[in-house]
Ligand binder design. Structure first.
Ligand code: ZN
Ligand code: FE
Length: 256
């Protein structure tokens, strides 16, 4: 069973784009193209032809090159049906539970509101790949610009159900700052302590810390762990409901 071939392209300050190909059909997708030139250069270097833009949400640092890439390559733009008005050039409109067919691969679509209301994620099960935009980050989650904490927690819960080996292809390298916050709210978490050291080492050498896996996030990301006793006791919320614990964790991170 062949898997998607995925290339990570760092752009702007801390964005990651993902360029990927289905080896069986040569379909090529780019996730959330903020800018066009690095994508065109990478396509050129690989000898690939772009067929799809895969958008997770409307923000400019995710859709900024939609129209330029579409006019230069004739590619098809895929995004959230409920946010179609804000996705430039959108052709294929997707909603929760849909399957997006991409050559020999298919992605399950999750609506994951929180960061924005119309945010979606793409789970390519056969490739163990989740393209989740600004919903889940390594050791963090997206800021709540449009949604509320209960919505974001519901979104992250969908990801907690995914297989442990699923790779989290998130859209930003925010990991070090996230890690510095995470250790303050889960000071007893040994797995987090080890991951923290590893992250500092990687960032000191400018090595990406992304993608991580669902298993790592479930073990160390406080936003995936409102049921953690360590977290709850740091917050003074032992036994509180999970939405409240998540809400307080997000609130503290916002002012960290
Ligand atoms: Zn965003
Ligand atoms: Fe972003």
């Amino acid at each position: 069973m062949s898997k998607l071939e995925i290339h990570q392209i760092p752009v702007l300050n801390d964005n990651y784009l993902y360029l990927f190909k289905d080896p069986e059909t040569n379909n090529v997708g780019i996730v959330d193209p903020a800018v066009a030139d690095p994508v065109l250069e990478k396509l050129d270097a690989l000898g690939w032809t772009l067929t799809h833009i895969i958008n997770t949400h409307h923000h400019m640092d995710h859709t900024g090159a939609n129209l330029e890439l579409k006019s230069k390559t004739g590619c098809t733009i895929v995004g959230a049906k409920c946010d179609a008005d804000r996705i430039p050039g959108i052709d294929i409109l997707l909603e929760d539970g849909d399957s997006f067919e991409f050559g020999s691969q298919s992605a399950k679509i999750f609506e994951v509101p929180g960061h924005t209301i119309g945010h979606i994620a793409y789970w390519f099960e056969k490739s163990d790949a989740l393209f989740c935009g600004d919903t889940l980050f390594a050791l963090g989650c997206g800021r709540l610009f449009e949604g509320n904490p209960a919505q974001m927690w519901d979104s992250l819960k969908k990801f907690r159900e995914l297989p442990d080996q699923t790779h989290i292809y998130c859209a930003h390298e925010y990991t070090e700052a996230n890690a510095r916050f995470a250790i303050t709210v889960e000071p007893q978490n040994k797995a987090l302590e080890l991951r923290f050291a590893d992250i500092l080492e990687k960032r000191a050498q400018n090595i990406p810390t992304v993608p991580s896996t669902i298993a790592e996030e479930k073990a160390t990301n406080p936003f995936m762990r409102p049921d953690s006793m360590d977290l709850q006791s740091t917050l003074g919320m032992v036994g509180a409901d999970l939405v409240s614990v998540f809400t307080e964790t997000r609130r503290r991170k916002d002012s960290f």
